[in-house]
Design a protein around this ligand. Sequence first.
Ligand SMILES: [Zn+2]
Length: 54
Amino acid sequence: MPEQFDCDTCGRSVTADDAIRRETMGDLDRTQWQTLCCPDCGDRLRTVFVGPDG
Ligand SMILES: [Zn+2]
């Protein structure tokens, strides 16, 4: 079962595959962390660890 994130802004349920991936803000290593964003409204859903191999 794929992981899903509920968007607080528009209420959409977004799978990790559907989410827009962006670089994180702040000091996190961009090769290890990505921010998942809602494909509908663009709001940030969650910051996820992707590891050194992406
Ligand atoms: Zn949204």
